[in-house]
Write a new protein. Structure first.
Lengths: 112, 114
């Protein structure tokens, strides 16, 4: 069966520090991969998605970037974190168009 | 960017009553829709989906209705239980060229009173 791993679960980082959040999927090949961010008490904002290795679509121009170095690995990065980057970051995958997204357990990022 | 929305609207129901959660979607070309349930501190969990060639789909205690004319989606939960308390999101699938993305609505907090 397919599983998604996202880590770390929580992270506290100072302003100006770099960020790297990793997400991996097991049990499937060539998944569509997604990064979402959720502010407290709010909806999910799509940040990036990828339909294949090296293919990244950016939804919101901001202080973050994404990479897909391997088929089932999706990384969210920042060179210098801002206070506004705080939030709940969710990775998700699906194996084909018009199928549900399956979410990881999320990373709670607090920038201080 | 896509909708992130305002602070969550709340629906409060009594245990055992039926709940109806509504959602308006934005893109008339959207061809696939999903309802998710999110409990505090966790990732969203799939509940039910529906394709644009359907008007209604039923699952266990849940029904999704799609009205493409007015771009409206609803989730009906029968005999609501305390364990149904959570935030519920609708999502629409937007496709076109290389685009294949799922955009979420603002969410509704369902509070079930015992």
């Amino acid at each position: 069966s397919q599983t998604i791993h996202q880590w770390p679960a929580t992270l506290v980082q100072p302003v100006g520090s770099p960020l790297s959040l990793e997400c991996t999927v097991e049990g499937t090949s060539n998944p569509n991969l997604y990064w979402y961010r959720q502010a407290a008490g709010r909806g999910l904002q799509l940040l990036f998605y990828s339909v294949g290795i090296g293919q990244i679509s950016s939804e919101v121009p901001q202080n973050l970037s994404a990479s897909r170095p391997q088929d089932r690995q999706f990384i969210l990065s920042s060179k210098k974190l801002l206070l506004s980057d705080s939030g709940f970051y969710l990775c998700a995958w699906r194996d084909r168009i018009n199928s549900p997204l399956h979410f990881g357990n999320g990373t709670r990022l607090t920038v201080t | 960017g896509e909708s992130v929305g305002l602070h969550l609207p709340t629906l409060s129901v009594q245990e055992g009553d039926n709940s109806i959660i509504n959602c308006a979607y934005s893109n008339s070309a959207s061809d696939y829709f999903i309802w998710y349930k999110q409990e505090s501190g966790k990732g969203p969990q799939f509940i039910i989906d529906i394709r644009s060639n359907m008007d209604k789909r039923q699952g266990q205690r849940v029904t999704v209705l799609l009205n493409k004319t007015v771009k409206h989606l609803s989730l009906q939960i029968a005999a609501t239980q305390p364990g149904d308390s959570a935030v519920y999101f609708c999502a629409e699938n937007i496709r076109g060229g290389a685009t294949n993305k799922l955009i979420f609505g603002t969410g509704t907090l369902l509070a079930v009173q015992p």
